[in-house]
Design a protein around this ligand. Structure first.
Ligand SMILES: [Fe+2]
Length: 385
């Protein structure tokens, strides 16, 4: 048993093998995402015992969760926060009070009312199924990912096409790199990914697809990863500091909120590729390239030099400024401020961030090339290396 100075019982690490992969279909779980918006709350239920767990519940939705449990005849055994949230108030304490469920968080969480403390390998039993906690610090020091049969509830450790910010209090990009490199290689690529947020209305992803397209999972050295994320640092808004403080105290008033209406991408690790981001398809960019007029527009590749010159190649005529260097190198492209700028990367994720960054810097006619160089190559369009 790991001792710590925090309140609550620590759930021991299991020493026997935790079922996963193919040994996991002992019981068909009921699994649902309950929130309509960017914050995700997951319901996991065992039909055999009617025991259930709620992961990352919102304080303001407490009554909806209670009536959902009631309608299904579920008994709430666990309420789990994957980390101390900075963007919304947790319903963990109130649900625990109202139902008698255990409130579980990582052993380092500051929550005063968590009754169970999780560490790496802690196992929570739900009917015939085990929910295993995996330590994945980086977004916060108390971040956990929950491993279920065939599914990972990643919290803000990994999003679909991104990851949680590492520049909020307790965040650490180097620690995030270590978590990614320790945990992801050990997970079956067919595992479904359920993040703590999604800002584009996506429900789930598959790890194999994330490995192909998620910029946070592109192979990088630790120092490169840290430099990449550090270039996207933003200040922590005061309302987030207030939210963390309130979550540690265990808020119980469902009408309480600190989040401003427009903070839709609060936990995203960079300016979010928000809905409405101006995008061009690879076919549209191809037509533009074929029509000439280089002086009137800029194709801006924001990958790393080895990618730009590597096997995948780059769109003909594209110049290279890696995303982490872009803020400091804006003067080099100053003369394109009134012209069309098309940001390009490998899959469209880093270039989306570049598009937002350029727009924020005052470039007006900026576009993201949707699908990136991968999509360009898939169409068989020519590249330079
Ligand atoms: Fe978060």
């Amino acid at each position: 048993m790991i001792s710590n100075k925090y309140t609550g019982r620590t759930i021991p690490r299991r020493t026997d093998k935790i079922p996963g992969g193919d040994d996991m279909k002992k019981e068909e779980l009921v699994f649902e995402q309950l929130n309509p918006d960017a914050c995700r709350t997951y319901f996991v239920g065992s039909p055999a015992t009617k025991e259930a767990a709620l992961v990352d519940p919102l304080l303001g939705a407490t009554e909806q969760y209670l009536s959902y449990l009631d309608r299904g005849g579920w008994s709430l055994r666990y309420v789990i926060d994957t980390h101390t949230h900075a963007d919304h108030l947790s319903g963990g304490r109130l649900l625990s009070q109202r139902t008698g469920a255990e409130y579980a968080m990582h052993r380092k969480a500051g929550a005063k009312h968590a009754s169970l403390r999780l560490t790496d390998g802690s196992a929570l039993t739900l009917g015939g199924t085990i929910l295993e906690a995996v330590e994945t610090p980086g977004h916060t020091r108390d971040s956990i990912t929950l491993k279920l049969p065939g599914r990972l509830l990643t919290g803000d450790f990994l999003f679909i096409g991104g990851a949680g910010r590492t520049d909020l209090p307790g965040g650490d990009p180097g620690e995030h790199w270590e978590s990614l490199n320790r945990v992801i290689p050990s997970i079956d690529e067919a595992t479904l990914i359920y993040p703590g947020h999604d800002y584009q209305g996506k429900r789930e992803s598959v790890l194999r697809e994330e490995k192909r397209t998620n910029a946070n999972l592109e192979p990088r050295k630790r120092e490169e990863y840290v430099a990449w994320l550090s270039a996207m640092r933003r200040p922590t808004p005061e309302w987030m500091v207030e939210t963390v403080r309130a979550n540690n105290d265990g808020p119980t008033d469902p009408s309480l909120t600190f989040m401003p209406q427009d903070a839709v991408s609060a936990c995203m690790c960079a300016p979010a590729p928000a809905l409405g981001l101006p995008e061009l398809s690879v076919e549209e960019v191809r037509r533009l390239v074929a029509s000439g007029g280089e002086s009137g527009r800029l194709l801006l590749d924001v990958r790393q030099p080895d990618e730009y010159l590597g096997e995948l190649g780059h769109v003909p005529g594209a110049i290279l400024i890696p995303l982490p260097e872009l803020p400091a190198r804006l003067p080099e492209i100053e003369h394109y401020r009134g012209k069309r700028v098309i940001a390009i990367c490998r899959s469209g994720s880093r270039s989306a961030k570049a598009t937002v960054l350029l727009k924020e810097a005052g470039f007006e006619d900026v576009w993201n090339m949707n699908g990136g160089t991968l999509a360009w190559r898939e169409k068989g369009f020519p590249v330079e290396r």
